[in-house]
Design a protein around this ligand. Structure first.
Ligand code: HEM
Length: 329
């Protein structure tokens, strides 16, 4: 009796292990997931995006950020693209208010649907688009894993809870990344996505006008840089003006971001903070040497692949929908 109980419980344990192993296997992304189901889809996406990037040089930054905000919000499952009638979706959250590129993804999805209906997920198109954005702006060429499926629930709270704050210090930022299974290294590497794009004044104006609550300025800011930013924003209530995140080379994916940070011309508090921790500061300093570019590119590709694995839906989980931006309520 006891022996058979033991046997049956060993059997159950074995079953649990097998089921867990099977679901882990199912949860794997892979390279070339669409090779047989939609051959050439990655080229199709790239070709359409290259034309869009050529027409709007600011779009690569938008698409790189779009993928990041989707992945951190509720996993890389395109739920950031979903719309809500009553303002409760991820895209309605404040940290997503300046996210751009939704229409570009929708247009690419329509092209992909015409070639392979209901096969390729919006989430995979977003991952490909982020990769193409980096490469188009002279960054590294890397392969993306595919096989993600899309989610159909989008909650504002997820964006509010999981997107890191622009004034976070290294401890705070590392925590936000750790929650997503990403390391401090991923954090310092992926922060360099700020080699592209812009921020609106409210994202950094506290550093200019009210750093400690006493109407003061962040003393770590380079004086000339701070003067220029103050002129661009013209006061704490300006919400419209933008400033490049990389003061050195804003439309090229290069080491300009780290050079800006190292010379106290980081735009966001979260970027400047990288100098206040010995490990992240060492990485920033190393990346100020032109000869480090190959290491940076290799690191960035690895960390993008890591980010692209956050909370993915694969196998029979999630869905493939015809349109990315449908209303869910
Ligand atoms: C480390 C934590 C991060 C924080 C606190 C942060 C915060 C921000 C903020 C506040 C802006 C400007 C928003 C605005 O004022 O319009 C911004 C822009 C941007 N972020 Fe981040 N970010 C972080 C990490 C990342 C990562 C990991 C990526 C991508 C891999 C990324 C890509 C971008 C890009 C490309 C822009 C420019 C977007 C545009 O020009 O439209 N950021 N980020």
């Amino acid at each position: 009796m006891a022996a058979s109980l033991l046997q049956s419980s060993s059997l159950s344990l074995l079953l649990v292990v097998l089921v867990a192993a099977a679901s882990t296997a199912r949860a794997q992304l892979q390279y070339g997931f669409y090779n047989t189901t939609c051959p050439g889809v990655e080229d199709l996406v790239r070709t359409e995006l290259l034309a869009k990037f050529a027409a709007d040089v600011t779009l690569p930054a938008g698409l790189l950020r779009l993928h990041f905000h989707d992945c951190f919000g509720a996993g890389c499952d395109a739920t950031l693209l979903l719309k809500s009638h009553n303002g409760t979706a991820q895209r309605d959250a404040d940290p997503n208010s300046t996210v751009r590129g939704y229409e570009a993804i929708e247009a690419v999805k329509a092209t992909v649907e015409a070639a392979c209906p209901l096969v390729v997920s919006c989430a995979d198109i977003m991952a490909m688009a982020a990769r193409d954005a980096v490469n188009f702006t002279q960054g590294p060429a890397y392969q993306v894993e595919t096989g993600r499926r899309d989610g159909n629930v989008s909650r504002k709270e997820d964006a509010l809870r999981f997107l890191p704050p622009a004034d976070g210090n290294v401890t705070v930022l590392t925590h936000y990344f750790a929650v997503q299974n990403l390391t401090m290294k991923d954090m310092v590497v992926l922060s360099a996505a700020h080699t592209l794009g812009v921020a609106h004044c409210p994202s950094f104006s506290a550093r200019l006008y009210n750093y400690t609550g006493a109407g003061d300025q962040d003393p770590s800011l380079d004086a000339d840089y701070a003067k220029n930013l103050t002129a661009v924003c013209g006061g704490p209530s300006n919400v419209a003006s933008v400033q490049p995140l990389d003061a050195v080379s804003p439309t090229t994916f290069d080491l300009g971001y780290y050079q800006s940070v190292a010379t106290h011309r980081a735009l966001l508090g979260s970027d400047a903070a990288l100098l206040n921790d010995s490990l992240t500061a060492a990485y920033v300093q190393f990346m100020t040497n032109a000869s480090s570019v190959d290491t940076f590119f290799a690191d960035f590709a690895v960390s993008m692949i890591n980010m692209g694995r956050i909370g993915v839906r694969t196998g029979t989980d999630g869905e493939i929908r015809a349109t990315c931006q449908v209303y869910v309520d």
